[in-house]
Design a protein around this ligand. Structure first.
Ligand code: GLU
Length: 492
């Protein structure tokens, strides 16, 4: 049997990092078994559906390296289309399918019309809460006679369709993460499956689609765990096989509260804009709940496909630790070649107006690599590198090394300029400069810091910066000497 998994988001605005984790795990399971991964769009709640939501989900997934084999896609013209032979994969295009299956449940006596008004439901809930009873629908309309139903229908009373949960016994299933889970049927609600507007609820649509689209695994967030007995009953009422089910641990803030829903904190697209690399994001998200139990922390997508297992997914919530994401991003940025770094950071450099199509690529690679080990996100590059493009204004005091003096800097810098002027442009690279200046410093009896500190500050205009030889190479001879002269001017 081919393994088939799906990610089934509702297009409510943006892709949440929790959604990315669900999609990733479903993708990994499909790929490690040579199966198929699909993207199904659950847009039956029209009130929550946001224009552009589908687009955003597909683009955010693609940014992270997850492209579905089936389901919603974006074509070359940027239009949403669908691929695969089990569609449509967009639920609002499947309404007639859901009505047909709702009717089947009704005919088989597994569903009933409910005419309860929102006010009645609210007063039932109030009563239950006040009396500390389990909350839920009191099954008021479950046993209405057919005449009564008919007369209410004829009178045009607003109604929904509810499924009948068994009122006795238990529903038991094996969750791939939680193991055996048991629910007492009497405590499970008679879930609404068709709403007053005739649209199905998530529960009916999901069961029908997971069956018709032949998914072998349902992988989703823990918030759906309590709905699962309803789904299992629906599968049984239709006489369908229940797929394997995995509920992924909740994501928590550092204080263990449920992870914020604010877009800026949790939208995948915002992390992309902040300059996190997709590889870092995927690695970070993979570890939100999964722990291979080894020392290894860096996993490529290929390695994740090989190694991921539900047995190693925790049951308890996972803390969404941004410092860890920063750490991953640093690791991945450091592992880039200078050429790759230029490629991935281009959008930020262009936006900051630091480069254009005439900027020399080799030079840019060297310049960017000055900061490779120093930045956490790509968005920090323009600011971090600003000094290369334009010397910032700075206070001459910072040119004085802590073990040196103003007099000494005034003495050293002119001599240093004279010496640098004797070095040819051909020899102007960081290795040669380091060797030659090292020798010169010893010969003149200066302390290393007394030379290198003011040199570095003159070139960067900053107390903290990359090393002087690297900067000198990037700036070139002329600009280096010019900046030292500017420094001298500040000491007068
Ligand atoms: N639309 C549901 C969600 O966004 C899907 C849950 C499921 O995968 O069954 O969480």
């Amino acid at each position: 049997m081919t393994v088939r998994t799906r990610f089934a988001p509702s297009p409510t605005g943006f892709l949440h990092v929790g959604g990315l984790r669900t999609a990733l795990y479903a993708y990994l399971i499909a790929k490690q078994n040579g199966g198929k991964f699909a993207l199904r769009i659950e847009d039956t709640d029209q009130k929550r559906t946001v224009e552009g939501g589908v687009d955003n989900i597909i683009r955010s997934l693609a940014w992270a390296g997850i492209v579905a084999d089936e389901g919603a896609h974006i074509d070359e013209q940027g239009k949403i289309m669908q691929v695969g032979d089990k569609g449509p994969y967009i639920q609002s295009e499947r309404l007639d399918i859901y009505s047909k299956y709702a009717q089947e449940l009704l005919d088989k006596g597994f569903a009933y019309y409910c005419f309860c008004t929102p006010e009645r439901l609210e007063s039932v809930r109030d009563y239950q809460q006040k009396n500390k009873l389990p909350t839920g629908y009191d099954r008021h309309c479950r046993d209405l006679g057919s005449d009564e139903v008919k007369s209410k229908m004829d009178a045009g009373e607003t109604h929904v369709l509810r499924m009948k949960m068994p009122t006795e016994g238990t529903t038991v299933f094996q969750d791939l993460v939680h193991g055996e889970v048991t629910f007492k049927n009497e405590l499970v609600d008679d879930q609404v499956i068709l709403k007053t507007d005739g649209f199905p609820t998530y529960h009916l649509a999901m069961v029908v689609d997971d069956h018709l689209m032949e998914f072998t695994h349902v992988i989703r967030g823990e918030e759906w765990l309590s709905s699962t007995p309803k789904h299992i009953q629906l599968f049984k009422y239709f006489g369908w096989e229940v797929p394997q089910i995995a509920h992924l641990p909740l994501l928590l803030n550092a204080d263990k509260s449920k992870l914020s829903k604010r877009q800026g904190d949790v939208a995948v697209e915002d992390y992309a804009k902040k300059g996190y690399l997709p590889e870092a994001m995927i690695n970070f998200v993979a570890f939100l709940g999964w722990n291979p139990g080894t020392e290894q922390e860096l996993y490529s997508m290929e390695q994740l496909i090989k190694e991921f297992k539900f047995e190693k997914v925790n049951k308890s919530g996972s803390v969404f630790n941004l410092e860890k994401l920063d750490w991953y991003n640093q690791q991945y940025i450091r592992s880039l070649s200078c050429e790759e770094l230029v490629k991935v950071s281009m959008p930020w450099l262009l936006e900051a107006g630091l480069v254009n199509e005439n900027t020399d690529r080799n030079w840019l690679e060297k310049a960017l690599c000055l900061e490779k080990d120093r930045i956490t996100t790509l968005a920090q590059l323009p600011e971090a590198l600003g000094f290369v493009f334009k010397l910032p204004d700075y206070d001459g005091q910072i040119l004085v090394w802590k073990k040196s003096s103003l007099e000494e800097v005034k003495n050293i810098l002119p001599k240093l300029t004279d010496y640098l002027n004797t070095i040819s442009v051909q020899e102007w690279n960081k290795e040669k400069l380091q060797a030659m200046l090292g020798e010169w410093t010893v010969q003149n009896g200066f302390a290393n810091g007394a030379v290198l500190w003011p040199l570095r500050v003159s070139l960067s205009g900053q107390q903290n910066s990359p090393g002087p030889f690297e900067i000198a190479e990037v700036l070139g001879k002329e600009e280096t000497v010019k900046r030292i002269n500017i420094a001298l001017g500040k000491l007068k």
